[in-house]
Each structure stands twice: as C-alpha cells, then as structure tokens.
Write a protein that binds this ligand. Structure first.
Ligand code: KIV
Length: 273
C-alpha cells in the first residue's frame, strides 16, 4: 500500500463495489495540488494524473514526449492535496517496454504517491499487468483510442467500429481483467461496444468518448473548465460555461459530478455510434 494512503482513502475494492451497486464512478484529471484540492472538495472518487499533461500543461501535440520524471513530479504535487480520492497515475510512453522496467517504473510512481498505475493497450501489456498485480501494485487498463500509439493508429480516431476490432476489444478487456486489472478506461469507441465490454467484465469501465453505458466517466479537467486551447473534443463538455454559467470552478466540477452520478452526462450527443 502507498505510504501516503490513509484509512479514509478510497480503495480499489470500493470502486468495484460501486459497479456492483450501479453507482456511477466520477474520475477527473489533475496535475497540481490546487486543482486536486478542488476535485476532493467536489467528492470526485478517482483523480487521474494523466499523461494528457503533455498536451494541456506542457503544450506538446501528443503525450509521447512525457517522461517518468514529469509523471513523478506531477504525482507528488497531486498527492500532497489528496485526502479521500483514489490516485491513479499514467505510466508514460516507453516506460513499460519490459516486465522489469514496468515494475521498476510503477514502483517509482507508487513511491511518489500513486495508489494505482495506468497502462495503455493489451497483448504484451496484459502480461506486464499480471506482473504488477502479482507485486501488489493495482493497475488500471486503457483500451480503444490509445494516445501513446497515435502514430500507429493514424491519428485521434474512433476505434472498434469494425466487427473484428470490436470482438478483439471485448477479448482484450477480458484478458486485462484476468491479468488482475482493477478497472479499464475505454476511450473513443462506439457506445454499443462500450456497453458490451461493461457487461462482459466484472471490473469497472471508465468511459471517455464511450457513451453513457460505462460504469464511470472521466474527462480532462481542462476541457471541463474551458481551458483547452483550440477545438475541444466532441465527447467533452465545458461545464464552467454551459452548466455552471460561469459561476466558478467549484460549481463547474460539482455540476460534472452531479451530471455523471445522475446519468445526465455523457448523452448520445457526446458519444460515437
Ligand atoms: O491522460 C489522460 O488524461 C487520460 C484520460 C484521457 C483518460 O488517459
């Protein structure tokens, strides 16, 4: 267990129990202590130190330049403000290319304050997840659009539209669960496929651009607060402007929490067919 985890911290078992109860799980990204404190105040259950920080904090056009040192630095900052939420940190590009390297880097992130690490993909990654689980390091998987593989995928495109790709993703989700993953992020896939995967596994699915049928929802907080430069992804929503009517950051985060809990976000408008 992470040394900074207290008795009051949400554990992975509680997140699984939420799926069983049918209670939606609210996840948001944070990269610093101030935003993490706001998420805590709004009752967000999972804080993700996402490697999306490469784009929204560092100004790169992908997550590929993000390093282990970056993730450790931002995890430490968020961990100082963490009280109750489960803290998940992304393992950055090329930080999990062998079982030994995966274990060593995951341990560094846990020492920095993460409760769980997130890895993108299946296949060989499922074996690394098994390795981490056996070392008692909780893991979140990530299927669908994999930003660290954006070059191989030919851009930021919806994944799993063809039958064979959809069937494979269901099998991959089962394989990640069998390897010991505690939950799985599903990014940019048709909502019918997200529903199928959510039914097929016992661990929670957390959607982003995957429609309303997932067990929980995640957004990049900068999208929710209207801070993202340029065109905002279709699956996200500026809660500060559209729902909280510019009242304030805390109101916008609270509006997101309430909308997810009540099944009002995402709607089909934010989903892919
Ligand atoms: O890096 C990130 O913020 C993520 C979310 C988009 C799920 O992985």
């Amino acid at each position: 267990m992470n040394p900074q985890t207290t008795g009051k911290t949400i554990r992975p078992a509680e997140i699984r129990a939420m799926k069983q109860r049918g209670e939606k799980i609210v996840v948001l990204t944070a990269y610093d202590a101030s935003l993490a404190a706001q998420l805590e105040q709004a009752g967000v259950e999972v804080i993700l130190v996402g490697d999306s920080l490469g784009m929204v904090v560092q100004g790169h056009d992908s997550t590929l330049p993000v390093t282990m040192e970056d993730m450790i630095y931002h995890t430490r900052n968020v961990a100082r403000a963490r009280r109750r939420a489960l803290l998940v940190t992304d393992m950055p590009y090329r930080s999990y290319t062998s079982a030994e390297q995966t274990l060593e880097n995951a341990q560094r992130l846990i020492e920095a304050g993460a409760d769980m690490v997130k890895l993108e993909g299946a296949g060989q990654v499922a074996r690394f997840i098994e390795w981490l689980s056996q070392a008692n390091i909780p893991v979140c998987g990530h299927l669908g659009l994999l930003p660290q593989s954006v070059e191989e995928l030919g851009g930021y495109k919806v994944q799993g539209r063809e039958q064979a790709a959809a069937d494979k993703m269901v099998e991959d989700a089962r394989a990640l669960q069998a390897a010991g993953a505690e939950m799985i992020v599903l990014e940019c896939i048709p909502m019918s496929l997200a529903g199928r995967i959510t039914e097929a596994i016992d661990i929670p699915t957390i959607g982003i651009g995957a429609g309303p049928g997932c067990d929980g929802q995640v957004l990049v907080s900068y999208d929710l607060l209207g801070l993202t430069a340029g065109k905002r992804p279709r699956f996200s929503k500026d809660f500060l402007r559209e729902t909280a009517a510019g009242q304030g950051i805390q109101e916008a985060i609270a509006a997101f929490v309430e909308a997810v809990k009540q099944g009002r976000f995402p709607t089909e408008e934010h989903a892919f067919k």
